[in-house]
Design a protein around this ligand. Structure first.
Ligand SMILES: C[S@@+](CC[C@H](N)C(=O)[O-])C[C@H]1O[C@@H](n2cnc3c(N)ncnc32)[C@H](O)[C@@H]1O
Length: 314
């Protein structure tokens, strides 16, 4: 089996989340919340010989690949199929509190290159974009039924696309005469609707809209805040949690959540002297997000927007 996804910020993740130190169990336990093809888990299992992992993924096709790849680790590696927010909301009694939790958000190169579900504007595939069939409506349903206002809103909010209105108008105009079925058709509609200077920019003009539609279809941003909070609740004291994000909306959610955990005082700003006597619940191990160096970006372009933030639970 050919592995197509290169794990991002791998050495940094291994170093920041290493299960060394007094607070870690003799046989530490990790939850890889976004297993993908298992690149991070594979490296953790190789580096830390007594580590056990459970890997989560909503997508059963990519999970099958990870199962094949990681079978060499036997009972040290376990798998769970489902959304990470559901998993942490119903954290199984049978599992210990994790010493390490990793989130590597978004989708994998596998999804763009091999899934056949229309994640990439480079291929002519059925426009689906669901990580799991239970995600609800497909990208095809969304682009063919959402109102022009909602489409513009999604493309602007989740894609930060400045031509969102023109793109939404063009989608709605096209679908009056024919259903938009494929990724290629959608990419062409977007390409035709933006100014010509934008067509020849640094990135393909459909990049941001495709990202936005995928985020909306899989409700990616709404799953994150509660998942972070529930994951932190089950993390062992002294345990570490790391999150790798790929766009500013995700990163803002993680940054604010970690910042609030690290704050000692929760009194409202108008109170001059602390009355809550509050204690920080976590220590920020990355004051600034860790970003890939130029070498990593040159060798693995999907890493270019990655940011890693890590905390330790107190
Ligand atoms: C960036 S990839 C992970 C890559 C992995 N770290 C590796 O090195 O191979 C993210 C994975 O998380 C999964 N995923 C995204 N959102 C999820 C969610 N809310 N619940 C469960 N899995 C999710 C995707 O299906 C994808 O396989």
């Amino acid at each position: 089996m050919e592995i197509v996804h290169t794990p991002v910020l791998l050495n940094e993740t291994l170093d920041f989340l290493s299960p060394e130190g007094e607070s870690f169990a003799a046989s530490p336990f990790m939850v890889d919340s976004t297993l993908g093809e298992g690149g991070h888990s594979n490296a953790f299992l190789q580096r830390f010989q007594n580590l056990r992992i459970i890997g989560l993924d909503a997508d059963q096709n990519i999970q099958a690949r990870a199962k094949e790849r990681l079978s060499v680790y036997g009972t040290r590696m376990n798998f769970h199929l489902g959304w990470f927010n559901d998993f942490y909301a119903n954290y199984p009694d049978t599992l210990p509190g994790p010493d390490i939790i990793l989130f590597d958000l978004g989708i994998s190169v596998f999804h763009y290159e091999k899934s056949g579900r229309g994640f990439s504007f480079r291929y002519d595939e059925e426009l689906d974009m669901r990580l799991s069939p239970d995600a609800g409506q497909s990208a095809k349903d969304l682009v063919n039924t959402a109102s022009e206002f909602d489409l513009a809103d999604i493309i602007y909010k989740y894609g930060e696309e400045r031509y969102s209105r023109r793109i939404a108008a063009s989608i709605v105009e096209t679908r009056k005469s024919s259903v938009i079925n494929s990724s290629k058709e959608l990419a062409e509609i977007i390409y035709r609707s933006v100014p010509s200077a934008y067509r020849h920019g640094r990135i393909h003009p459909a990049t941001k809209s495709f990202q936005a539609i995928r985020i909306a279809v899989n409700a990616e941003l709404s799953r994150l805040p509660q998942a972070l909070s529930d994951a932190f609740a089950v993390l062992k004291s002294g345990g570490k949690m790391g999150v790798i994000t790929f766009h500013s909306l995700e990163d803002r959610i993680v940054k604010c959540f970690f910042r609030d955990l690290a704050k000692s005082c929760t009194c409202p700003p108008e109170v001059p002297i602390c009355k809550c006597g509050g204690k920080s619940r976590a220590q920020l191990l990355t004051r600034k997000p860790v970003e890939p160096g130029q070498n990593e970006v040159d060798e693995n372009s999907p890493s270019r927007s990655a940011k890693l933030r890590v905390i330790r639970k107190l």
